[in-house]
Design a binder for this molecule. Sequence first.
Ligand SMILES: [Zn+2]
Length: 64
Amino acid sequence: MAKQQTFAEKVAKVTAQHGKKCPKCGAIKQPLLYISSEPSKHGSIRFSHRRIQVCKCNEKEVYA
Ligand SMILES: [Zn+2]
């Protein structure tokens, strides 16, 4: 079962490196690709993409 233990440790390391801890709420910030749609002048819809960090401070705004 040594292999399984090693795998679990690797996963924990990767997860820890991915998110930065928010100083306000203490939650790990999750990187998210935020897509918002806005109507253009020609009647078609334009999509804008941006990468944001989501934690408890702004998750309500993001998922609303
Ligand atoms: Zn926060």
